[in-house]
Design a binder for this molecule. Structure first.
Ligand code: PLP
Length: 467
């Protein structure tokens, strides 16, 4: 066997070994300090054998790997890095394509054209929209909001891409009070300021209160960008697009949707009622590496007005051949020039699951979230705080004893769950209170896994409340 073949086979063997072992523990054995110690050698003067390096990498890393690919990982909102996506990503790395340009990487550019069309189809978004393949929803939000910024100012007679923001007409940015923190980061990167926004009040599950809109809009006279949400990070809630978007459009606002995971409700007949009206927006940010299960990193910046998208992102240089009509230059839709060819893994996942498989995946995750909610709600002392309409749950724990403070009991229960390590779930703060947050976004989280996880959570809570 050639050196390359045996090296790649070794990597594949290690990868399969990791994925097929079913570790009992859903948390890493090594913390950051132990991981650092495992890697912390001085820079070697002499090189090392290829396969030895890969074996040593796996040996040092594995104790510090979180089982984010496992069926009982409910922390944050993290997809399962599906084997088909992983295999496509192996090939992507092996092929080493620079996905910036259709001449440099024809296959990578072409697969994006097709994957983009499929994404718009499955997400039921306007077919004329353009799609940029970015690192994730953070950069998707950034990219879409760059297009928004350019377009609302262009309409006000200002070329922001050429002249910047100094002296530009003021933009009013409307955003829900429970928007994701990375949207505020995107506003910061764009010179729009993370605090220079008009925050709209939200209800107990994080939806913008539509009644607050007329008052807020009355103050808007110039360019306006409004940011709505499909899938609140804690509750999974959706803004009321049918009511809110038309009012915003009437004011000439650019409406952007952060739908990192929630936009995928569009792909299932059983959940698309939650996102009804979302297609009336101007731009949408979503992730491949959450619900579509592609490996990291993979997100999509979707803009209805392709020209606005391209104006905001185009990189032109004399040595880069320009795409003619009908050819795609991937770099025209994203901030980077050189990057990995994310279209391959996206295409592979869409091809593997198909329309029905994706709907089934969304349905399974949401059904498992319901199983968790049902089981947990039966236990006295456990309160589910949100309506479990999608895949997210937040819950609180209380003993009922007057001296036991519920925040402290919730924190202790989360710690106990971590110690038991049958599952992984994290804490969060929701409207000032400590909560346990469960996110179901893994293709392997069946109803049985959900029941097992619920039992473990209940056991942990009982041990805390009796201790
Ligand atoms: C995860 C998430 C983001 C950020 O996405 P990344 O892929 O981590 O960049 C933004 N908004 C929401 C609602 C999210 O769930």
């Amino acid at each position: 066997m050639s050196a390359i073949a045996s090296l790649f086979q070794e990597a594949a063997r290690l990868a399969a070994g990791f994925r097929e072992s079913a570790p009992a523990r859903h948390v890493p054995r090594h913390d950051y300090a132990a991981c650092l110690a495992a890697f912390d050698d001085p820079l070697p003067a002499a090189g090392a054998d290829m396969a030895d390096v890969i074996r040593q990498l796996a040996e040092s890393a594995e104790p510090g790997l979180h089982l984010t690919t496992g069926p009982r990982f409910f922390g944050w909102v993290i997809g399962g890095s599906h084997p088909v996506g992983v295999a496509a990503d192996f090939l992507t790395s092996a092929w080493g394509q620079n996905a910036g340009n259709h001449v440099v990487a024809p296959a990578a550019a072409a697969v994006e054209t097709v994957a983009a069309r499929w994404l718009l189809d499955i997400l039921k978004l306007p077919a004329e929209s353009s799609v940029g393949f970015v690192t994730g929803a953070t950069v998707a939000n950034f990219t879409c909001l760059a297009a928004a910024r350019g377009e609302v100012l262009r309409k006000a007679g200002w070329d922001a891409d050429a002249r910047g923001l100094f002296g530009a007409p003021e933009i009013t940015v409307l955003i829900g009070d429970d928007a994701h923190t990375t949207v505020f980061s995107a506003l910061q990167f764009l010179g729009l300021g993370h605090d220079r926004v008009l925050r709209l009040p939200t209800d107990r599950v994080g939806r913008i209160d539509p009644a607050a809109l007329p008052g807020a809009l009355a103050a808007v006279t110039g360019p306006c960008i409004a940011i709505l949400q499909a899938g609140q990070i804690n509750t999974g809630a959706f803004d009321d697009f049918l009511r809110i978007i038309p009012a915003l459009k009437e004011k000439g606002a650019w409406v952007h949707i952060d739908g990192a995971f929630g936009l995928w409700a569009q792909a299932s007949g059983n959940f698309s009622h939650l996102s009804r009206g979302v297609e009336a927006a101007d731009s949408w940010a979503t992730d491949g590496h959450k619900w579509l299960q592609t490996p990291y990193d993979c997100g999509y910046a979707i803009v209805r007005d392709e020209l606005a998208h391209r104006r905001a992102m185009t990189i032109a240089a004399s040595y880069l051949p320009l795409a003619t009509e009908g050819e795609r230059d991937p770099s025209h839709y994203v901030p980077e020039l050189s990057r990995r060819a994310r279209g391959f893994a996206t295409w592979a996942m869409l091809k593997h699951l198909g329309r029905n498989g994706i709907a089934a995946l969304i349905d399974q995750c949401c059904a498992s979230a319901h199983v968790l909610a049902e089981h947990l709600a039966r236990e006295p002392g456990i309160t589910i705080l949100n309506d479990v309409t999608l895949n997210q749950l937040i819950l609180r724990f209380a003993t009922g004893r007057p001296d036991d403070e519920s925040d402290a009991i919730t924190r202790k229960t989360i710690e106990k769950i971590r110690e038991d390590a049958t599952l992984f779930a994290g804490g969060a703060k929701w409207h000032g209170r400590e909560v346990l947050r469960l996110s179901v976004t893994n293709f392997q989280t069946t109803a049985d896994e959900a029941r097992l996880a619920a039992d473990s959570i209940i056991t942990a809570f009982r041990s805390v409340s009796s201790g």
